[in-house]
Design a protein around this ligand. Sequence first.
Ligand code: URA
Length: 208
Amino acid sequence: MGKVVILNHPLIDHKMAKIRNKETDTKTFRENVNEISALMAYEITRDLVTHTVEVETPLAKTHCKMLKNQVVLVPILRAGLGMVEGIQSLIPTAKVGHLGLYRDEKTLLPHIYYAKFPKEVKGSTVLLLDPMLATGGTVVESIRVLKEQGVTDIRYVGIVGCPEGVAMLEKHFPEIDIYLAAMDEKLNDLGYIVPGLGDCGDRLFGTK
Ligand code: URA
């Protein structure tokens, strides 16, 4: 069974207050989403596997540890893009795949319209990025696509979740670890998380 981890940390909470505030401007919103993502990545990667390498310092040879597996960030378009730079600031060697999905107007089911991954995605640790875990439908479909690619280490990283989204993920993929900066009360009838922060994509890209 995967874990559900709510990353309680005073620095994350402080930045959450900024992005939840409806008065926060686009630039500040974007900066804080990136900073929250970076702080989250530090914790999420705590158990990454390392291997020993020999390094020669100016004084002597010594043994050091380096990451064993490739890390791949997979933002779900478009709001997931807002988390990439922050995580790359901690893991500059991370490669980036992209996933785009649209919702069928009749069935309301998510469908993939764009998927591009680095070729070594199969053996890598994938951080699947989507800031809002609302109904969970998009994330479930994305995990299905990643599994089709043969990925076995998938960690979902979101900023705000709600019980409905977590339940949906756990129902379809109980083995997946879920990392969130905050767990909110509920989904409203329009599919927004309450209290949430509004439409994350619009607030990141200034489209409203
Ligand atoms: N997507 C968002 O951007 N915000 C929500 O509250 C739910 C889904």
